[in-house]
Design a protein around this ligand. Structure first.
Ligand code: AMP
Ligand code: GLY
Length: 426
């Protein structure tokens, strides 16, 4: 059986690597892939892009199943396109992907279906946006409506910061067309968690919980990024919170999409803020797996990922369970000089170890060059390790990361700190 994974990040490296371990899978093509997928056993990079060319490739190579990693092709309707040609693909349709591609769609949807989220208003003009900020309390959050690779959100500690963000997005167009419309929402207190499920249009299978680290610097300081590290499970998602998330967030989301004529298929990611009473509220939806959450989640997955996705495509997710390594996993992102604003490319990377029993170095912004690898994007690698506790997984991940080097490498030294201080308090 030949499979195709679309994307080039650490998430796609992890998906393709896991799929290739299925005894039923011969080969996994990755389009376009990266310097890691180029060398991984069972994977092969292909330089194919665009819906038409990908469909043609899937036909020619008799691809049994395609899995889409990133949001952009989903928002552009790649799933509709493949299905119209009778090809098997796992992901949400374009209509379903609006949950991520338009924050305004997502917020209005949550209001319609009474899914808990922060109060908000949306604007295309600066003046009423400034007036709205003046009428609310700080901190307050300003978000670009469209896709902005995790960088379209400003958590403003003061009204002044919020006013500046409004002007940057609406007047200076700093986010391009993604910021033609902005949302301003109340600041939610609590602890974040990523709750990701697989959906087949009718049934849902929850994956292990995880937590991301969005800020660039230690102590959750500095600018927002796509994610600087993650671990699984997230202790804040206790069994009780897990049940509440399914009941109060996931089930109404899927029922709402079905009721509106768009049964949801694919991975669905709810970015949650969980308050002290264990009440979950939705910060955002993503219509895909998270990056870097996928790397620790899939390192822990013991079930055959191919088998899970087959069940999902056939509408039989109710007939299968996912099995997880009881150990925790933690991934540390090594980012390029200049990330997130202007990552530098082309630096040679040294010291990447071969995979071990309890760790895997997933590649993201890397390219194969003269038998070695160079940096080619913002987030370069995600060093992911297992351990008996999050603390042990953290120690192991940093041990493995120790030997890796490239000019200007940036990393957080405190990935896992929320979970570790929670364990200390308990
Ligand atoms: P988003 O892309 O919408 O998930 O926002 C990125 C990050 O900004 C989130 O992971 C949170 O850390 C923060 N954030 C977004 N919305 C809020 C909110 N309403 N209250 C507090 N923090 C938020
Ligand atoms: N790590 C957050 C995301 O994938 O959107």
């Amino acid at each position: 059986m030949k499979l195709l994974v679309i994307g080039s990040g650490g998430r796609e490296h992890a998906i393709a690597w896991r799929l290739a371990q299925s005894p039923r899978v011969q080969k996994v093509f990755v389009a376009p892939g990266n310097g890691g997928t180029a060398h991984e056993p069972g994977l092969e990079n292909v330089e194919v892009s665009g819906n038409e060319a990908l469909v043609a490739f899937a036909r020619e190579e008799h691809i049994h199943l395609t899995v889409v990693g990133p949001e952009a092709p989903l928002a552009e309707g790649i799933v509709d396109h493949f299905r119209a040609q009778g090809l098997r693909i796992f992901g949400p349709t374009r209509a379903c992907a609006q949950l991520e591609s338009s924050k305004e769609f997502a917020k209005a949807f949550m209001q319609r279906h009474r899914i808990p989220t922060a109060a908000f208003a949306s604007f295309t003009q600066a003046k009423p946006a400034h007036e709205y900020v003046a009428s609310r309390a700080a901190p307050i959050v300003v978000k670009a409506d469209g896709l902005a690779a995790g960088k379209g959100v400003v958590v403003a500690a003061t009204p002044e910061e919020a006013h500046q963000a409004i002007d940057r997005m609406l007047l200076e167009r700093s986010m391009g067309s993604a910021g033609e419309r902005i949302l301003i929402e109340d600041f939610l207190e609590g602890e974040e968690a990523s709750f990701i499920v697989m959906c087949d249009g009718a049934h849902v299978l929850a994956l292990a919980s995880s937590q991301d680290h969005k800020r660039l610097y230690d102590g959750d300081e500095g600018p927002n990024t796509g994610g600087m590290g993650a671990y699984s499970p997230a202790p804040v998602v206790t069994p009780k919170v897990h049940a509440r998330v399914l009941r109060e967030v996931i089930q109404p989301t899927l029922a709402g999409m079905s009721a509106e004529g768009h049964p949801y298929t694919g991975f669905l990611y709810a970015g949650l803020m969980i308050d002290g009473a264990g009440t979950p509220r939705v910060l955002e939806y993503n219509c895909r797996l998270g990056d870097p959450e996928t790397q620790p989640i899939l390192l822990r997955l013991k079930s055959d990922l191919y088998d899970l996705i087959e069940h999902a495509i056939e509408g039989r997710l109710d007939a299968i369970d996912a099995r997880w390594d009881r150990r925790a996993a933690l991934g540390v992102v090594l980012a390029a000089a200049g990330y997130p604003d202007a990552p530098r490319k082309g630096d040679p990377i040294s010291g990447i170890p071969a995979a071990g029993d309890d760790y895997h170095v997933f590649h993201a912004g890397t390219a194969a060059r003269d038998g070695g690898v160079i940096t080619s994007g913002g987030r370069v690698l995600c060093v992911t390790a297992l351990g008996d506790s999050i603390k042990m997984a953290q120690r192991r991940a940093y041990q493995v990361a120790e030997g890796i080097w490239f000019e200007g490498m940036q990393l957080r030294r405190d990935v896992g700190h929320h979970a570790i201080s929670a364990a200390r308090r308990a």
